[in-house]
Design a binder for this molecule. Structure first.
Ligand code: SF4
Ligand code: SF4
Length: 446
């Protein structure tokens, strides 16, 4: 099968030396986390914030509604543990979002809402019923984009999309939550994807995965063969990508598959009549279809330079601090990132929650790049997948020449982190450039 890819980017051997943990992605789910408390922010997505619908002192069961948005552009928030609401207060998340949050003390009884139960008529659900389930599920893009999956489907259907792309390519090395789902839950990822494809009214569903993951590709192909008879009205394909980071970025998948550069501010729905969903998102929708279970937990990859990486099933709202209690020495790490090694946000206060879009926690204990001036090695230019000159842009931004940075197309930056990942001088290129790109786009200077 012909493999597709994009130019430049990073190979797994570039950047941080996590080499010894390369095999960790093959491991089964190591454990299920049961936190003492969860913190549920009312904004875990891109869109309208939720308002809490519980009060301090209320008793909640797993799956109970905790927050609802004022319109359909937000996604509801559900209790991820059973217990008592102990606090409702403001919170500031590492991604700089400030919002209200609900604290729930876990009674450790794992009491589920009576609404969560196995569904017997899965195959008879109409598209309208599936659509309603999607809205109530609280699912948003779990690969990190955070857009309401319901809103995305509505938009895709209106745009007349023909293809649904399932993104199982990874944006970062050592990020393995989506691969985990394909390895152990391939039929569930397939069922979720086909249901989303029904709501979007597509003709074709295409699974995108990198060639390195042979076991996961086998599992996916087997699921397609086993369940093909249920989806005879749609084409189903598996497309292989060369293993290169950040392949998981939407722009690079579209470029590789369609040869089209997505213009800034444009979506694939309009440009190529395709809509992209993450593999974890598809799996989460399967939970809603089969068990009426909204999005209350997610698989998070914990990796680092001195630990054996693994995947943990985490109730949404678990604090990073509590999650890392199981990782010996994690609290003495030099740097802990809320996210992956390339695009994660460094956090000092570990009392922040895992939210619906947190795919990874990365612990850097030994390796910390030297901080020095640019040595003009060109590695960042060689890595940038959209053809920018990161060292030049960073210099222009540093000296306040943002207009000149716009002339160098700073707004094209997709915040992938590839440049900073390879920089031997430890310069925070991607953070600086992505912020300037955001400012330029906001001012409309593009
Ligand atoms: S400049 Fe932007 S797009 Fe280019 S590698 Fe850096 S973060 Fe990625
Ligand atoms: S990778 Fe770092 S040191 Fe090399 S040219 Fe880019 S900014 Fe300079």
């Amino acid at each position: 099968m012909k493999k597709v890819t994009f130019k430049k980017g990073n190979l797994q051997s570039d950047g941080l030396d996590f080499g010894r943990q390369r095999k960790f992605m093959r491991e089964a789910l190591l454990e299920v986390c049961s936190p003492r408390e969860v913190i549920l922010p009312m904004v875990q997505h891109r869109g309208t914030p939720c308002d809490p619908v519980v009060s301090v002192g209320d008793s909640v069961a797993i799956g109970d509604l905790v927050g609802v948005p004022a319109d359909m552009k937000g996604v509801p928030v559900h209790a991820s543990v059973s217990g008592e609401v102990t606090k409702i207060d403001s919170i500031r998340l590492p991604n700089r979002v400030s919002c209200k949050a609900v604290w729930i003390k876990n009674d450790l009884n794992r009491r589920f809402s009576t609404k969560i139960h196995p569904r017997t008529n899965v195959d008879q659900l109409s598209l309208a019923e599936l659509s309603k389930l999607l809205w109530t599920s609280g699912i948003c893009g779990m690969g990190g984009e955070g857009i309401s999956t319901y809103s995305k489907c509505v938009k895709a259907e209106k745009a007349g999309v023909e293809t649904l792309l399932v993104n199982a390519t990874q944006s970062e090395p050592f990020l393995a939550c989506d691969l985990h789902h394909l390895r152990v839950n391939a039929p569930r990822v397939l069922q979720g994807a086909m249901a989303l494809g029904g709501i979007c009214r597509v003709k074709k569903v295409v699974f995108c995965i990198e060639d390195l993951w042979v076991d996961e590709i086998d599992a996916l192909n087997k699921a397609i063969t086993d369940l093909r008879h249920r989806y005879l009205d749609k084409k189903i394909e598996v497309r292989l990508f060369k293993t290169r980071f950040p392949q998981g970025c939407q722009q690079l998948i579209i470029k590789a598959l369609y040869g089209v550069e997505l213009p800034i501010g444009k979506d694939p729905e309009e440009e190529v009549k395709a809509v992209l969903f993450n593999a974890s998102t598809c799996q989460a929708f399967c939970d809603m279809i089969e068990k009426n279970q909204p999005l209350i937990s997610r698989v998070v990859t914990i990796s680092g330079d001195t630990i054996t990486g693994h995947n943990v099933l985490v109730p949404i709202g678990t604090s990073v601090s509590e999650l890392l209690e199981r990782v010996p020495g994690a609290h003495t790490a030099q740097r802990i990132a809320w996210g992956g090694a390339m695009t994660g946000v460094a956090i000092k206060d570990l009392n922040v929650p895992i939210i619906k879009t947190t795919a990874a926690i990365t612990i850097i204990r030994k390796f910390e790049p030297m901080r020095m001036n640019c040595i003009h090695c060109g590695a960042c230019v060689g890595a940038c997948p959209v053809g920018l000159s990161p060292y030049l842009l960073n210099r222009l931004i540093e000296i306040g020449q943002e207009e000149a940075a716009v002339s160098e197309s700073v707004e094209q930056c997709i915040a992938c982190g590839a440049c900073a990942y390879v920089c031997p001088a430890g310069i925070e290129l991607s953070t600086n450039i992505a912020k300037a790109a955001h400012r330029a786009r906001k001012r409309g200077i593009v």
